[in-house]
Design a protein around this ligand. Structure first.
Ligand code: PMV
Length: 308
């Protein structure tokens, strides 16, 4: 049997602007993860069991552009697997789908590593990252590549599209509360809407993207210098720019407000927006009261994570 696991992720700063070449910061979230177990099967075929997304199917019954089918078919092709082995592939996930926590990338990374190991096909992290990026295009259309990068390397990343991997040091650990609106929102749609805005008025949106890029740059410096108290205000500023971009929603705004009222130093949506998750920067002793207030304000789930 071969196994692999991949974490979820959050974007701290810079979503959407990152699609247009500005820097963004993302960190892995190990409290949620995708686990893949692959074993040889006594039954003919490749049997996929992903009960968290209600998928129980034989490979050939899936559409060829299904991301899981694409991973498997492409790896068979790359590894020259012949004849195709009979396999049972079990995928379990605690990463909520379409909610900005990188579920698609986590499934692909864990499945790719487990299947490559099972087929004795050697892949470096760079290979896994590049392969996952191609699969991400099926989920997102025009992804920047930030999700596959942070999930593959499972390290904090300062991401600029098309540039080599840059990680960053965390001078002083800081605490983030993540809250889920419970509303799934496909990233492809919000990314497409931002593209339409940009096509209609490039100079306006380039200025907004520049401001977000500066926020990401300043936030990285603050994190490295251990001046995390500066991050709250930067989150608030980033959220206003995301609202202007129309990717927030009443539910996200309500949770952002609730977190601030309950004592968070700052808060913003995280990921594609319109639904999914928001994040709040808190002092460690405030994590519990802020989580409770978020739940009272309608959050379906909260996670407290320390970035270190
Ligand atoms: O997958 P999500 O929802 O975390 O969104 C990714 C971040 C975006 O900047 C909105 C899109 C992208 O490809 O970078």
């Amino acid at each position: 049997m071969t196994k692999s696991s991949a974490p979820g992720k959050i974007i701290l700063f810079g979503e959407h602007a990152v699609v247009y070449g500005r820097p963004a910061l993302a960190v892995p979230v190990t409290q949620v993860h995708v686990d893949v177990d692959i074993s040889d099967s006594a039954h003919t075929g490749i049997w996929i069991d992903a009960s968290d997304v209600d998928l129980h199917a034989e490979l050939n019954t899936l559409p060829s552009d299904h991301p899981i089918a694409s991973v498997i078919n492409n790896l068979f092709f790359l590894s020259h697997a012949s004849p195709f082995p009979n396999l049972e592939i079990k995928i379990s996930s605690s990463v909520p789908v379409a909610s900005g926590l990188g579920s698609g990338a986590a499934v692909t990374v864990a499945l790719t590593r487990a299947l490559a190991a099972h087929l004795d096909y050697s892949m470096t992290d760079e290979d896994v990252n590049a392969f996952t990026y191609e699969i991400e295009k099926l989920h997102h259309g025009t992804p920047s590549g930030i999700d596959n990068t942070v999930v593959t390397y499972a390290r904090p990343v300062y991401f600029v599209k098309g540039q080599p991997l840059e990680t960053f040091k965390v001078g002083e650990p800081f605490t983030i509360v993540i809250a889920d609106t419970g509303i799934p929102a496909p990233t492809k749609e919000s990314v497409g809407d931002v593209r339409r805005l940009w096509l209609n008025d490039r100079s306006r949106w380039e200025t907004v993207f520049d401001k977000i890029g500066e926020i990401s740059f300043t936030a990285r410096r603050a994190i490295e210098a251990g001046k995390c108290e500066l991050l709250g205000e930067l989150m608030n500023e980033n959220h206003v720019l995301l609202q202007e971009m129309t990717v927030s929603s009443p539910d996200l705004d309500r949770l952002v407000e609730a977190a601030r009222k309950a004592g968070a130093s700052g808060a913003k949506l995280s990921g594609g927006g319109r639904g999914g998750n928001m994040i709040a920067l808190v002092k460690p002793e405030m994590a519990e009261p802020v989580s409770l207030s978020l739940q009272e304000a309608g959050a379906k789930n909260t996670i407290t994570t320390q970035i270190s």
